[in-house]
Design a protein around this ligand. Sequence first.
Ligand SMILES: [Ca+2]
Ligand SMILES: [Ca+2]
Ligand SMILES: [Ca+2]
Length: 322
Amino acid sequence: MRVHYLFLIAALLAASGPAAEAQQESSPAATAAAGADAVERFQPGQGAGFGMDYFPANVLGLPDSTARADVPSVDPRQILGLGLGGEIVLRFDRHMIVDGPGPDFTVFENAFRYSAGSRNRVYAEPGQVAVSRDGVTFVSFPFDSLTLHGCAGVTPTNGEADPGDPVLSGGDSFDLAQLGIDSVRYVRIRDVTGVVKGNPSSPFWDPTLNGFDLDAVVVLPRSQGSPLAVETGNQAAGSASLSPNPIAGSAMLSLTLDRERRVAIRMIDPLGRTARVLGDERLAAGAHRIRIDPAGLGSGVYIVAIALDGIQWRTLRAVVVQ
Ligand SMILES: [Ca+2]
Ligand SMILES: [Ca+2]
Ligand SMILES: [Ca+2]
């Protein structure tokens, strides 16, 4: 018989009880898009150089507000040319990118619409997008080399719109859920213009293509998570701690709540994937002890992520030793 990974020692309140109707708190989630905080590394490709005088400031922060679908930004204070085959890694310090509802981040390039004869075309210099929690191991979003679906650098920017609204802002948006990844701190863009340039039958083919031009990468408002530094933070909703840690056999998560709340707990592996769902239930006010059994998980550093009432609240670092 399999042992349940989670059992609650404290009493559970039935979700249908009157206390379940307690008022919801207003969400503390951020309301504005946030750009990257730093460049982790940049490996220029062939023909790179544009924008180097203003690097790295030109790829941090928000996209060029003057960019339009038919008049792209060509301002070196806003745009960095990666060059053919170039690669850049951006880091997000103030906000982790977490898998919120829908798309989680948007990549802005300077793609634009133009007419060739009677045809409307997009001048696209595509980039492959990958994400990472630790800056070392990256997982790539798949893309189609003919339609460029799944690439960045395809949708023109509308700098007039709120960059936190992917429906209006343009740019290419990405959803961590597509990769089954919970949260990341790094976004890598690798120029793949070669797949278009080397294929004259591509609908995007143009002999002048010369590599991805990065304007900005922004974390969308509902996908901004707290940095891991908040694991010792003091929030009014309660407290959480893990003992023992490192975990060799099993461990107890001690959780105290100010009132009845829906509590969702997951263990996230070093790649940012959900390794185990430890629970998603309503818990009463007061103290709870939740058992964590790491059987079946490899050794490594995991994150125990706790969401209260659907909002990411606390992350604890758990070292699993098998
Ligand atoms: Ca920019
Ligand atoms: Ca998402
Ligand atoms: Ca471009």
